[in-house]
Design a protein around this ligand. Structure first.
Ligand code: NAD
Length: 361
């Protein structure tokens, strides 16, 4: 059976679905890996490295199993054969037309963002692996834009205090942003509506901001706040944000627009030269003044809303993603490299977005 690794076509997408290091594990399983020429170029992985690892350069779109990072475009979906298995980020909640097209094309598609977040699926959790990259890069971006040092410095020319960094939403990306701020010598503080996160925030060396508002939803995620809770949260956050040089926001509620946590008034209250990095831009943004995909300066505060930070760090982002896909692929195949899909498996059932699996007679 063949596994195709395609060249991503979305502008700015520099990641690739498999790295050369992940290929021997698949070929040992009897799988033939076909890589589209140039697939790894933007991650500094030339064709020769894939060939040396045992892959073939060729038409990846006609493989039995196709691996992608971003959802296929209309033209790409047209290249998939009926019965192809597709694994990748497919944005099943927002990419409604794309998913319909995959269904119509008879593709058996699995969305990595729909893999249930259970212990057995941890190694397949691409949301987590890519969120870690995004959180790390968000802090680096903030440090670059801030006109001050992150660490405390005592020099002959004087002493500077450490930057105060507040991270709103302490899930996977938020915790990585906090840990990175700590490593850079800043004074990080984390906030979330899930109280169990306090312990994790403290474990990365950050302080916990307790605003007394709890909103635990289903599956370990946050729930959407009610109107009164939202107003109260905004009021309390607006007061707290005033004291921070950097605010990094990562707050999301599955299937909803992102909650607004940083009001225009809060931005006005921040020190001049302060920075907001809003990682929720794709879902509308956590800051009232965010312009998704852009960097703007309002009230002398820089507000950045990068849309695909993992693509800015394609080497490690691809390596982690490749590991996620390899694990998922192993769940879908047997030791002889044939499809062996247990439709009742919780991970399979959760991740499948289109198509049916019929075992060959
Ligand atoms: P996410 O990206 O959906 O949201 C980011 C954070 O924003 C979450 O911590 C959420 O609580 C917070 N948030 C939402 N609304 C908020 C609001 N109004 N104010 C402040 N904060 C708000 O979350 P995620 O990082 O993908 O992870 C969420 C959960 O999934 C966590 O409980 C995490 O531990 C769990 N998880 C489990 C596994 C696993 O067991 N395999 C793997 C990864 C994550």
């Amino acid at each position: 059976m063949s596994v195709g690794v395609v060249r991503e076509s979305v502008p700015g997408e520099r990641r690739v679905a498999l790295v050369p290091g992940s290929i021997p594990r698949l070929t040992r399983r009897g799988l033939r890996v076909v890589v589209e020429s140039g697939a790894g170029e933007d991650a500094h992985l030339p064709d020769e490295l894939y060939e040396r690892a045992g892959a073939h350069i060729g038409d990846a779109w006609s493989a039995d199993v196709v691996l992608t990072v971003a959802p296929p475009t209309e033209a790409e979906t047209a290249r998939l054969r009926h019965g192809t298995v597709l694994l990748g980020f497919l944005a099943p909640l927002s990419n409604v037309d794309g998913v319909k097209a995959l269904e119509a094309a008879g593709v058996l598609a699995f969305a990595v963002e729909s893999v249930p977040r259970i212990s057995r699926a941890q190694a397949m959790d691409a949301l987590s692996s890519q969120s870690s990259v995004a959180g790390y890069r968000a802090t680096l971006l903030a440090a670059q834009r801030l006109t001050r040092f992150f660490p405390m410095l005592t020099t002959a020319a004087g002493t500077v205090p450490p930057a105060k960094v507040l991270v709103l939403g302490a899930g996977v990306a938020g915790l990585q942003a906090l840990a990175t701020a700590k490593r850079l010598g800043a004074q990080p503080t984390g906030y979330d509506v899930r109280p169990e996160v306090a312990e994790q925030v403290r474990s990365v060396g950050a302080q916990w901001l307790d605003l007394g508002i709890e909103a635990v939803g289903e599956g370990g995620y946050a729930r959407e706040l009610g109107a009164e809770e939202r107003a109260e949260q905004k009021r309390r956050l607006t007061e707290s944000i005033t004291g921070f040089d950097v605010v990094i926001t990562t707050a999301l509620v599955p299937g909803r627009t992102a909650p607004v946590l940083v009001t225009a008034e809060a931005v006005r209250g921040m020190p001049t030269g302060a920075v907001v990095v809003d990682l929720a831009g794709e879902s509308g943004g956590n800051c009232e003044l965010t312009e998704p995909g852009r960097e703007v300066v309002v009230h002398e505060v820089t507000i950045c809303s990068p849309l695909n930070l993992p693509a800015d760090m394609p080497a490690h982002a691809s390596e982690l993603y490749a590991r996620n896909l390899t694990e998922l692929l192993e769940l879908l195949t047997d030791d002889e490299g044939r499809l062996a899909i247990d439709a009742n498996d919780e991970i399979v059932a959760g991740a499948r977005v289109t198509g049916q699996y019929r075992e060959e007679a």
